[in-house]
Design a protein around this ligand. Structure first.
Ligand code: SF4
Length: 238
C-alpha cells in the first residue's frame, strides 16, 4: 500500500505529501506522468472526459505506459462528437477505454425521476450519472490522474500536483494543474493530438449535451456548463 494511502493520514504524512507535491510542481507534465506510472505500477487510472486536457494526458500516458487504464464516465448524454473522438483515440493510441456507466440508463432515469432531471435538479442528476459511478469505479484503485487545471474554477485554484483524495480514498495526480488553456492547445497542435471539434466551435469545456452551451469569445471557459445556474462542477473534484 502506498505510504500516503491512509484513511486517517497523520500530519507527518500530510507534510511529506505536500513536500512531494511542491517538488513535482517544478517538473514538466510529461515527467509527472512518468513519475505516476513508476510510483503506481498497478492501480493507476486516467479519468478521461475526452476534453482537451484529457487528450494531452492520453498522449503523455501512452508514451510511457504500454497498457494504460483509461476510463470515461458514459452518462449516455455525451455529444456525438465526443463518442466519435473516443473511437478515434482508441484506434490511434491502441487502448480500450473502460466505460463506466450509471446504474440507470437515461430512459430509466426519466421514468423514475421525470423528464430532464438535469434542468430541475442538476446536482441530483450528476450524482446519479457521474458521482456515484465514479465512486464505485475508484473504490479498488490506488491512484487516479485527472486533467484539472487551477485556472478553470475557484474550486480548482489550489489543486496540488499530487494529493490524497479523501472523497474517494486514493491518491490523485493532476499533472496539468499549472497549465493554461493556451499550454493545452499548444501541446495538442504541436503533437498532432486529436481533439473534440466542438472546441473549435465555441465549446472550451465539454460535458453532457443538455448542460453544455457554446460561449462567446472572451467569456469564462466554463460559463457554457450549466449556463444560467450557479452550478460549476459535477461534484467529481471537491
Ligand atoms: S452534466 Fe447535466 S446531464 Fe450530465 S450528469 Fe450532470 S446534470 Fe446530468
Amino acid at each position: 500500500m502506498d505510504s500516503f494511502k491512509l484513511g486517517n493520514m497523520d500530519s507527518r504524512s500530510a507534510e511529506a505529501l505536500a513536500r512531494l507535491s511542491a517538488e513535482l510542481e517544478h517538473r514538466d507534465a510529461q515527467d509527472i506522468v512518468r513519475w505516476a506510472v513508476d510510483r503506481y505500477p498497478a492501480g493507476l487510472v486516467l479519468a478521461c472526459s475526452f476534453g482537451a486536457e484529457d487528450m494531452v494526458l492520453v498522449d503523455m500516458l501512452t508514451r510511457v505506459h504500454p497498457a494504460p487504464i483509461i476510463f470515461y464516465l458514459d452518462t449516455g448524454l455525451l455529444f456525438p462528437e465526443t463518442y466519435r473522438l473516443i473511437d478515434e483515440a482508441q484506434t490511434r493510441y491502441g487502448f480500450e477505454c473502460v466505460r463506466v456507466v450509471p446504474e440507470l440508463t437515461a430512459a430509466q432515469q426519466e421514468e423514475q425521476y421525470g423528464d430532464a432531471l438535469w434542468s430541475r435538479h442538476p446536482d441530483h442528476c450528476c450524482a446519479l450519472r457521474k458521482v456515484k459511478p465514479l465512486q464505485r469505479y475508484l473504490a479498488d484503485k490506488s491512484a487516479w490522474m485527472t486533467g484539472i487545471r487551477r485556472d478553470q474554477t475557484l474550486i480548482r485554484k489550489n489543486a496540488p500536483i499530487v494529493d490524497f483524495d479523501r472523497q474517494h480514498g486514493l491518491m490523485k495526480i493532476n499533472p496539468l494543474a499549472v497549465w493554461s488553456s493556451k499550454d493545452v492547445f499548444r501541446y495538442l497542435i504541436r503533437n498532432r493530438v486529436p481533439y473534440n471539434p466542438l472546441h473549435d466551435h465555441g465549446y472550451p469545456s465539454i460535458g453532457c449535451m443538455p448542460c453544455t452551451r457554446p460561449v462567446n469569445p472572451g467569456d469564462d471557459a466554463r460559463s457554457g456548463r450549466w449556463a444560467g445556474q450557479e452550478k460549476t462542477e459535477c461534484g467529481l473534484h471537491l
